[in-house]
Design a protein. Structure first.
Length: 708
């Protein structure tokens, strides 16, 4: 009995200690709250004046408090828990609101709120009961503010059978299929339609998948233009796991804040952007939910569910769908990465080949021109053109020479970027470039700082349908009475499939290869320059040695000839033979010296480096120089098509310089002197014709023109 009594006393003491500890903790919280409250009053910031009013959706309630736990923002519906007006609690400590409006939650929530800033907890959710009704409470810290939001719970649990149907979506072997994801989300949320949009060029979204329970797709394979018309709109859709508007027709509640800097954007009750609100109502949509989709932490697109009637979705179901969508996007991201790896393997093969050719050939232009078919396939293009100082190489689908010249002028004037892309090029630029462009989109890569060397890829037209929201916004603003008769859908015929990340990745790799090749070529050129300097020094020594070594045999030869000439009649045969032998030895000595020089010359000579050589600028320069020397006007020379030639640049220069100079020289007597230069292709050859109205070459000498 005594032992039982002692045990009972011990337990009683422990209970008293626990109760005492709990009372102390509660007292500490109240003291901290009181301290913050007094601090706020002492700072002189107590004010009941509302300085900013905006609007929120009405399906929830919002309180915003600062670091001192003062209320700086409150929603109209939050005041329904109190008989005071909306400004009564401004700058008051949050304890005052809880004690007046939510006394049953005051101790628990105030304790948690006090810990939020110190523990740096970004978000927390509770389910609480108020007057017999369950509510979801969200606590979110953003910068120096705490957002407290609560909404009614009307679905306490989800049937196990419904959850089971979602199992396949989370299986590792599940292959991502946006159509299936749309259907699953649509059935789960009881939305009439669900669409996956992919971002195109920042402002536009293209529908790549759509589920409609009546099989009447509205957006599939269409593009919404100017949907993301500002950074604020983009931030609205990507700043939260989802945006939910259950009833677009329902009146919004007011949101009161102490100043305009209190941002309501982080609140899940923030309504849709006003332009989107009007457009959705215009097409008969009354409820929607939007989940942002991210790829590599960038906004890739959105999954959007919508209904023509108001649709209540419990927070629990919305969050489960958020997990479904995030899981689908993760699997899609894995597929994209696998595709990128596969493409990288293909690019590696191309890069290996291009690197080899860049090393072997003298210029990058030569390597590009030689592999145009491979480069076109790698860029998933329909054609390609290379522009190099007036000369053009092309493959597949490409513009004519005049159109390409205008495209180059456009790029030179309008773009300072290394890579310029426009899949709407024909749509936007055809009037400037000229009619009947054979392609719709292009991507251009500038290879030099002078903008005289471009590689350009082309894609053919891909017909699409665009919903022009910009037209809707302008009409609604200026002439809302005409909205009902407005046709927003446009068939876009002059656009191509946009250039994707893989193509940009390949171009960046190509740029790196060419840059490294140029650096390596410059190093080789520096080595060659040093070698030539050394060779020049050796040549000077050789010239000196040659002049010195040839003196003796030449002197002997000269002396022998003079001696034989003066005394040939009286000279004995034996003496004459001796002098002949001496002269022959001298000749052999001269020959030996010359042979040695030739051997040295051959050992120092380099192999001819053949490459596609631009002839337009080269021939124009030669003509100008030749006319200047012979004091002729360049108008006497008429040039036609001047095709590039595969050959050694310096040798070609020498050949054309000789031909053009002779043409000017030997036709100068003619009163109407005229020289014509033209070229054409004949099978695998390029043929050049240089005509003049001069004296010509005698027929009997034609066979000797290439002899030394």
């Amino acid at each position: 009995m005594l032992e039982n009594l002692e045990t009972s006393k011990t337990k009683h003491t422990q209970l008293k200690n626990k109760s005492f500890k709990k009372n102390i903790e509660g007292l500490i919280i109240k003291l901290k709250t009181l301290n913050r409250f007094l601090k706020a009053n002492l700072m002189g910031v107590q004010s009941n004046e509302c300085k900013s009013t905006s609007f929120l959706q009405e399906y929830g309630h919002v309180l915003i408090v600062d670091r001192n736990l003062k209320i700086v923002g409150i929603s109209e519906d939050a005041m329904k828990f109190s008989d005071k007006n909306e400004t009564y609690y401004f700058n008051s400590c949050i304890e005052k609101f809880y004690n007046d409006c939510l006394p049953e939650l005051a101790d628990k929530h105030l304790k948690f709120i006090n810990q939020l800033f110190s523990t740096k907890t970004p978000k927390q959710i509770f389910v609480e009961k108020i007057k017999g009704q369950n509510y979801y409470f969200d606590f979110t810290t953003i910068n120096d503010l705490i957002y407290i939001e609560w909404e009614q719970q009307f679905q306490q649990y989800i049937p196990a059978t419904k959850m089971t149907r979602l199992g396949f979506l989370f299986e590792s072997q599940y292959f991502n299929d946006w159509d299936l994801v749309c259907e699953t989300v649509g059935n789960w949320l009881e939305m009439e339609s669900v669409v996956v949009f992919k971002v195109q060029d920042h402002q536009h979204l293209h529908a790549i998948s759509e589920y409609n329970f009546e099989n009447q797709n509205i957006f599939y394979q269409k593009t919404l233009s100017n949907l993301l018309y500002s950074e604020r709109v983009i931030e609205y859709y990507q700043s939260l796991p989802y945006r939910y508007n259950p009833d677009l027709k329902k009146r919004n509640q007011k949101f009161f804040s102490i100043n305009k800097n209190i941002d309501s954007l982080p609140s899940k009750l923030k309504p849709a952007p006003i332009q989107h609100f009007h457009y959705l109502q215009h097409i008969g949509i009354n409820a929607f939910i939007s989940y942002p989709l991210f790829l590599d932490r960038k906004l890739w697109g959105a999954l959007v569910g919508y209904s023509t009637s108001p649709t209540k979705i419990d927070k629990q179901s919305r969050k489960i769908c958020s997990f479904i969508v995030q899981n689908a996007m993760r699997q899609y991201e894995n597929i994209v990465k696998e595709t990128h790896l596969s493409n990288k393997e293909k690019f590696f093969h191309v890069n290996t080949l291009m690197t080899k050719r860049l090393q072997e050939l003298q210029t990058p232009n030569c390597a590009l021109a030689e592999n145009m078919e491979l480069l076109t396939q790698s860029m998933q293009a329909d054609g390609m053109a290379i522009y190099h100082h007036g000369d053009v190489f092309n493959y597949g689908l490409s513009p004519n020479e005049k159109q390409l010249e205008k495209i180059i002028l456009f790029l030179q004037k309008k773009s300072d970027k290394r890579i310029f892309k426009d899949y709407n090029f024909r749509l936007n630029r055809e009037e400037t470039i000229g009619c009947n462009l054979p392609f719709a989109g292009l991507i251009a890569y500038c290879l030099d700082t002078e903008k005289e060397h471009y590689a350009i890829w082309f894609r053919k037209e891909s017909v699409s349908t665009t919903i022009n929201l910009k037209t809707f916004y302008q009409t609604f603003k200026n002439s809302p009475e005409h909205i009902s008769n407005l046709n927003l859908e446009e068939e876009i015929k002059d656009s191509a499939i946009p250039w994707g990340e893989d193509e940009i990745y390949f171009l960046e790799g190509l740029h790196q290869m060419i840059s490294e090749s140029i650096i390596e070529k410059n190093r080789e050129q520096e080595k060659l320059t040093e070698s030539l300097k050394s060779f020049n020094n050796e040549l000077e020594m050789l010239t000196y040695t040659l002049s010195h070594d040839l003196k003796n045999p030449l002197s002997i030869l000269k002396m022998g000839l003079q001696f034989l000439r003066s005394s040939s009649k009286t000279l004995p045969i034996s003496t004459r033979i001796k002098w002949h032998d001496n002269m022959l030895e001298s000749i052999e000595s001269i020959k030996s010296i010359i042979d040695n020089i030739m051997k040295l010359s051959r050992s120092r000579s380099h192999h001819l480096q053949k490459e596609p050589t631009p002839m337009v600028s080269q021939i124009n320069r030669i003509c100008k120089e030749a006319c200047l020397i012979h004091k002729k006007d360049t108008k006497i020379i008429q040039t036609g098509t001047l095709l590039p030639i595969w050959g050694e640049k310096s040798a070609l220069h020498q050949i054309f310089l000789n031909l053009i100079t002779n043409a000017i020289k030997y036709s100068s007597f003619h009163p109407e002197q005229c020289i014509k230069i033209n070229s054409y292709r004949e099978e695998n050859l390029v043929v050049y014709i240089i005509e003049d109205n001069g004296i010509g070459i005698p027929e009997k000498e034609l066979s000797q023109i290439f002899s030394k």
